[in-house]
Design a protein around this ligand. Structure first.
Ligand code: NAD
Ligand code: G6P
Ligand code: MN
Length: 445
């Protein structure tokens, strides 16, 4: 009989939790489950998602045990997989990460620039804590981690817990690949094989083919240099909707692509190539954190509350998405040794031959029950190599600063970020960030 798995979702109160639960329930034939637990350190927030999840699970798979808890022992005992997506400091701190740099005309972003650095300084401790709970209570389990900023978190986990079974992941490449598939008229991103190299939120596709080996790059490049990652359908509909900032990002990708006509870029590169444009396009009083609180957070929580009040999820508006399918595919690959090819954040170790072997890079990798085997992407061009060296140094300096509680290292990290104009501005931002993050950062000296 096939083994039934036990999962804990850490950050049970996340806006992405319902999507993952629905995805797990959708795939029970391919990935049987006996138990789903939620773990969060905010009981009240998690309970709202849990009340709806309980109903959804009872209505779809009553044989699955369900539990929501804030007790680590209860949560992490008898677990096969930890699916983690915590946000230390929640949206209130994301809002500060975004707004503080903008005061100094520097980009305010969740994972890039000073905002991402501030978030990294909060996340490292939170993610290590969860990893340690897993190792204490279920030493054979795997942690599949979405918690951001993934680049800094990955550097911290590989350095501070080198033997741990953690895989750090990002959904941006697959989100873009879904759009690519649509642009070339395929039904699914899984009908493409890709080559890609870079860091998290900092990478490029170098080769994309369909399953017959037909090269899709020329068609994709021709489209993206004109329209970015806006799909033909979106172009026709003039679709912007409530996610105006994402629509802008996908359009802006065209200008990002112009920097290297032979590759296709990750959208996050816009923050490094067009820093001033991004600052000018931002509203320092109303950033992405506000947009998310007004839309995704509000929609998810009000829908969960509605399901709980009605006592049924029969007409639920909650949706599964690529974000959830990716983490479930990853769990399946480990559980069944499928050797599926996935883009993951892994230690370079020669996968990019002319790049720091200790850097955490994002490259296609094969996944099986032994973990991850990165696939060699060869040499990378000078342009990307130079940018990546600067960025990886920023990420490593942040982890140095966290480990050594060093003000100096964090000042260097912010100064070195391509998004920051000079050291004086870096220091002003740092001093504000220290004040705002007192509750979360180690005390620096
Ligand atoms: P959210 O604020 O809705 O949820 C995060 C949850 O984590 C909250 O319920 C919070 O109480 C909980 N939490 C915070 N610190 C904790 C701790 N120390 N222990 C346990 N729980 C803790 O956030 P969200 O928008 O749903 O995003 C969740 C996370 O997923 C964020 O880190 C986000 O950046 C990340 N994310 C990553 C990717 C990716 O590509 N890697 C994609 C989407 C989201
Ligand atoms: C993409 C990225 C994530 C990031 C998210 C932000 O999915 O890969 O790393 O957290 O976008 O989205 P949001 O809607 O919260 O701004
Ligand atoms: Mn990401």
């Amino acid at each position: 009989m096939t083994k039934k798995h036990s999962i804990v979702i850490a950050g049970g109160g996340s806006t992405f939790t319902p999507g993952i639960v629905l995805m797990l329930l959708d795939n029970l034939d391919k990935f049987p489950i006996r138990s789903i637990k939620f773990y969060d350190n905010d009981e009240e927030r998690q309970q709202q998602i849990a009340d709806a999840a309980k109903i959804i699970i009872e209505e779809n798979a009553p044989e699955i045990d369900f539990l929501a808890t804030t007790d680590p022992k209860e949560a992490f005992t008898d677990i096969d997989f930890v699916m983690a997506h915590i946000r230390v400091g929640k949206y209130a701190m994301r809002e500060k990460d975004e707004k503080i740099p903008l005061k100094y005309d520097v980009i305010g972003q969740e994972t890039c620039g000073p905002g991402g650095i501030a978030y990294g300084m909060r996340s490292i401790g939170g993610v290590l804590e969860i990893l340690d709970y897993m190792e204490e209570y279920s030493p054979d389990a795997w942690m599949l981690n979405y918690s951001n900023p993934a680049a800094i978190v990955a550097e911290a986990t590989t350095r501070l817990r080198p033997d741990s079974k953690i895989i750090n992941i990002c959904d941006m490449p697959i989100g873009i690949e879904e759009k690519m598939a649509e642009i070339v008229g395929l039904d699914d991103r899984k009908e493409m094989d890709v080559k890609y190299f870079g860091l998290n939120h900092f990478g490029w596709w170098t080769d994309i083919r369909d399953k017959k080996g037909h090269d899709l790059m020329p068609e994709l490049i021709a489209w993206v240099k004109e329209h970015g990652y806006v799909t033909p359908k979106e172009l026709e509909n003039g679709q912007e909707g409530e996610e105006a900032s994402w629509a802008y990002t996908f359009r802006k990708a065209r200008e990002v692509q112009w920097l290297d006509p032979n590759t296709l870029p990750n959208t996050y590169l816009k923050y490094y190539f067009y820093t001033q444009d991004e600052v000018e396009h931002s509203n320092p009083e109303h950033t992405r954190a506000n947009e998310v609180m007004e839309h995704r957070e509000k929609n998810v929580f009000s829908e969960c509350n509605r399901i709980a009040e009605l006592g049924t999820a029969a007409d639920s508006k909650l949706e599964v998405d690529d974000h959830a399918s990716f983490i479930v595919d990853l769990a399946r690959a480990i559980a069944y040794n499928t050797k599926e090819r996935m883009l993951l954040i892994v230690k370079n170790n020669g996968a990019i031959t002319n790049f720091d072997s200790t850097a955490m890079v994002e490259v296609p990798s094969l996944v099986g029950s032994n973990g991850v085997e990165p696939l060699c992407q060869g040499e990378i061009p000078r342009f990307q190599k130079g940018l990546m060296e600067q960025q990886v140094a920023v990420e490593k300096l942040v982890v140095d600063a966290w480990e050594e509680k060093s003000y100096q290292k964090l000042w260097q990290a912010i100064t070195m970020s391509k998004t920051v104009p000079n050291a004086r501005v870096a220091k002003l931002i740092l001093d504000d960030l220290i004040e705002a993050n007192k509750e979360f950062w180690p005390e620096l000296s």
